[in-house]
Design a protein around this ligand. Structure first.
Ligand SMILES: [Zn+2]
Length: 105
């Protein structure tokens, strides 16, 4: 008999995950929330910081995606020294390049 335990996410689980993502103390958040004006300031600062970090991470990810030569090693052709971005492209190019130069495949 297998022991399969399914956890159903509750509202408070989602709330704790969001608070953790915003660097707010998960254990004492209810005490902090009793002072409403201070709580609003904490939430405002935390969400602003979280949003800035999210945007920075998204921009960095976009830069890596748009400029793949920085992250991946180039693959030069052995016959004509052309640089291919991906290994599969290099294999395809070398096959055509060998035929172009009269070498057997
Ligand atoms: Zn080539």
């Amino acid at each position: 008999m297998s022991c399969l335990v399914l956890f159903r996410k509750r509202y408070k689980d989602s709330l704790k995950r969001t608070l953790s993502a915003c660097d707010i103390d998960v254990q004492g958040w209810s005490d902090l929330a009793t002072d409403r004006s201070a709580w609003r300031c904490i939430i405002q600062e935390a969400t602003t910081k979280f949003e800035e970090e999210r945007i920075t991470a998204a921009n960095n990810k976009r830069l890596r995606r748009d400029n793949p030569t920085q992250t991946s090693t180039p693959h030069p052709c052995r016959h004509c020294s052309r640089i291919c971005r991906a290994r599969i492209g290099l294999i395809s190019h070398e096959r055509a390049c060998r035929q172009r130069h009269g070498q057997p495949p």
